[in-house]
Design a protein around this ligand. Structure first.
Ligand SMILES: Cc1cc2nc3c(=O)[nH]c(=O)nc-3n(C[C@H](O)[C@H](O)[C@H](O)COP(=O)(O)O)c2cc1C
Length: 194
């Protein structure tokens, strides 16, 4: 192996490709967002927090600021083209409100995509400004999934078949095969080393 420095290139890919929904000027608006993050692991009374990073210029930001609510929808591979489209045009110029069938959850201003395998509704908790980007940290309020994507009552990645995003080569990817079990497959080494 010969390792070379590549000038601090962000290599934290693949990330999940999501479609974030918000209500802007009284209508749903949709934006493709791949810079998503898991802020913590919810336990007991502590809610789950998720982050999305949006450039300040985007139309969607206005709705998130206005209502303090948004959704994160996880499209399947079958939705690749339409997912890319909502990441190519801005709601400032093109009305994207009728592109997807809309469903409401328990929040009033976090539109959900009814034909996405999975949608989450969030209440804005904090906004962090980093340069030209706004990082919206939301508290997860509820998650809705197509029953057909469940195995033993849990969301099954193989059935959701999500779109992965790579900003290095600029590509979409799909997930491959399951390769192991976390917190189990390192146990032999743990035993040998402790
Ligand atoms: C695959 C993909 C991923 C994207 N991820 C992000 C992202 O994480 N953050 C961001 O600010 N813009 C991202 N964009 C760009 C926005 O989706 C795009 O500028 C969109 O048209 C803005 O819509 P709006 O102005 O209606 O809010 C992405 C676009 C694509 C195609």
């Amino acid at each position: 192996m010969k390792r070379v420095a590549i000038d601090g290139k962000n290599a934290l890919y693949p990330s999940l490709t999501t479609i974030v929904g918000a209500e802007v000027n009284g209508k749903p608006n949709w934006i493709t967002i791949a810079h998503v993050g898991i802020m913590n692991h919810a336990h007991g009374e502590v809610p789950q927090y998720l982050s999305i990073g949006l450039h300040s210029s985007h139309y969607t930001n206005k709705g998130i600021h206005e209502y303090g609510e948004f959704s994160i929808n996880i499209p399947s591979q079958a939705m690749l083209q339409i997912t890319d489209y909502v990441g190519l045009v801005t709601g400032e110029k093109v009305d994207k409100s009728e592109i997807f069938p809309v469903e409401s959850g328990s929040l009033n201003h976090a539109p959900l995509i009814a034909n996405c395998p999975l949608s989450m509704e969030l209440r804005l908790s904090q906004t962090v400004q980093i340069g030209q980007h706004e990082i919206f940290i939301g508290e997860l309020v509820n998650t809705y999934i197509d029953e057909a994507c469940l195995t033993d009552g849990k969301p099954d990645l193989a059935k959701i078949n999500p779109l992965l995003f790579d900003f290095m080569m600029i590509d979409y990817w799909s997930i491959g095969q399951r390769t192991g079990k976390p917190w189990r497959d390192g146990k032999l080494l743990k035993k040998q080393n402790t």
